[in-house]
Design a protein around this ligand. Structure first.
Ligand code: AMP
Ligand code: ZN
Length: 458
């Protein structure tokens, strides 16, 4: 039995999907205006883990993730400039080029982390017509009003507004009365925003030329692709109080009943106990980690070693420990792989049972990793190896990739390989071949890959 913590009820609940054959799941995706950082990646490692655990339990998933390439303003609560337009000015590229560039980097990151992707990945700019239709439904049902700068959702018309984060509508401290906005309530939010003529991204609508609001994107896509009864919605905890409250308001008012059954949120990744920011010099991407010797999967191990609902503190000591732990796991598993000794099937099924109980207890991955560590301390056996790889279906840590990923390469070989890569780029194939032979003479085989090479011991 799978239990998950539902942010809507603040309780661990037994997971009972609407349709036991096909789970519907929506995951808030990235705004593609900049390099994704490792905090963002924590949210997708969590999504991946949940998807893998559902599959391990035998469920099929109809999953959606959005790509926000328009509509997300610098403040989540609909003030400021569109993040895409800002990036476009910063980089002197069109917002479409910005979106294409950062979307590619985002998916490269997910691939490095072995993230199991939802079957539907959809862009906001491809959904504008459907978003307009969704706003029309809300308008017909009387939930909207028009201001000088856009069409707004009237939250006081939705009696359950704030149900996810127990928001107090009278809490002026949080609401920060915005003067002269004309909004009926400070929490009212834009469904459609009129934009100035110099805005590059703009569409015609029944209300005038503009852009969709950010929140309407997720309601429209989830309704279009998953229907009116959605099992799971995931995201980072920062989206709980505004973005997801607004999604709920739109969904429940347009459709007429509560749409999402289980809301799941992962907590923050902090750096050295505080917020990650460029100005503090503690802002990391996966590439930054790679440059200082940590693979993306070391970072994934680091995340899975904490529970998704707890804040985690990233430090260089912590990622170093994660790297060593993952390397040791892989090395020890090789000893098991090379042993034909059999292990009592009762012992193995006990491990499997404990593992299942851990992951099914609201995704307790730290405990599940602990069970894996106990398992590999059994006497060397191919059965242990096979069971560990079965567990790795839930982690996606490439625990079977011994040679390619964790071989300690001497500096001399690394230098020769880099020289060879440069020679190839310079189309100096004679030198490249010579360098390959030198590397081979020193005991390493170099294999070319799309973006570089991989080294193996002869
Ligand atoms: P965004 O592109 O800003 O919409 O964020 C993409 C995802 O990353 C969302 O699910 C956020 O909740 C999540 N996220 C952003 N910063 C962090 C962080 N420091 N820790 C964990 N998740 C984060
Ligand atoms: Zn969303």
């Amino acid at each position: 039995m799978l239990k998950i913590y539902n942010s809507l009820t603040n309780k661990k609940e037994e997971f009972k999907p609407y349709n036991s054959k096909m789970v519907t799941m929506y995951s808030c995706g990235p705004t593609v205006y900049n390099y994704p950082h490792i905090g963002n990646m924590r949210a997708y490692i969590f999504m991946d883990n949940l998807r893998r655990i559902l599959k391990y339990n035998g469920y099929n998933i109809n999953g959606v993730m959005n790509i926000t390439d328009v509509g997300h303003l610098t403040s989540d609560a609909d003030t400021g400039e569109d993040k895409m337009e800002l990036a476009s000015k910063r980089e002197k590229k069109s917002p479409y080029e910005i979106a294409e560039y950062y979307t590619k980097i985002f998916f490269d990151n997910l691939q490095k982390l072995n993230i199991d992707l939802p079957n539907h990945i959809v862009k906001a700019t491809d959904y504008v017509d459907k978003m307009i239709n969704f706003v029309k439904i809300l308008e017909e049902k009387g939930y909207t009003y028009k201001l000088e700068d856009g069409i707004y959702f009237d939250i006081k018309k939705f009696k359950n507004y704030g149900k996810l984060s127990n928001k107090d509508l009278n809490d002026i401290g949080i609401a920060r009365i915005e003067e002269n906005t004309g909004k009926h309530h400070p929490f009212d939010f834009a469904l459609w925003k009129f934009v100035p003529d110099n805005h590059i991204m703009k569409w015609d609508s029944p209300w005038g030329i503009g852009c969709p609001g950010w929140h309407i994107e997720c309601s429209t896509m989830s309704n279009d692709l998953l229907g009116e009864n959605i099992d799971i919605h995931t995201g980072g905890i920062d989206h709980k109080t505004v973005h997801h409250e607004n999604e709920i308001a739109q969904n429940d008012c347009a459709i007429g009943h509560s749409v999402v059954k289980y809301w799941l949120h992962c907590d923050y990744l902090q750096v050295n106990g505080g917020k990650m920011s460029k100005s503090l010099g503690n802002f990391y991407t996966l590439d930054d980690l790679e440059k200082i010797g940590y693979s993306s999967l070391d970072f994934k191990y680091f995340c899975l070693n904490s529970h998704y609902r707890k804040p985690i503190n990233f430090t260089l000591d912590a990622i170093e420990s994660a790297k060593i732990a993952r390397q040791n796991l892989i090395k020890i598993l090789q000893n098991h792989k090379n042993s034909s000794t059999k292990i009592d099937s009762k012992i193995l099924s006990d491990y499997k049972q404990k593992f299942l109980e851990a992951i099914n207890d609201d995704l307790n991955t730290p405990l599940a990793l602990g069970i894996l560590w106990t398992l590999i301390k059994e006497e060397n056996s191919i059965d242990v190896y096979n069971l560990a790889l079965d567990f790795d279906k839930v982690f996606g840590l490439d625990l079977d990739k011994y040679e390619e990923k964790i071989l300690e390469i001497p500096d001399e070989i690394k230098e020769l390989s880099e020289k060879r890569l440069q020679a190839k780029k310079d189309k100096n194939f004679k030198l490249a071949d010579e360098l390959r032979d030198q590397i081979l003479n020193k005991g390493y085989i170099i294999e070319d890959k799309k973006d570089g090479y991989v080294l193996k011991k002869v």
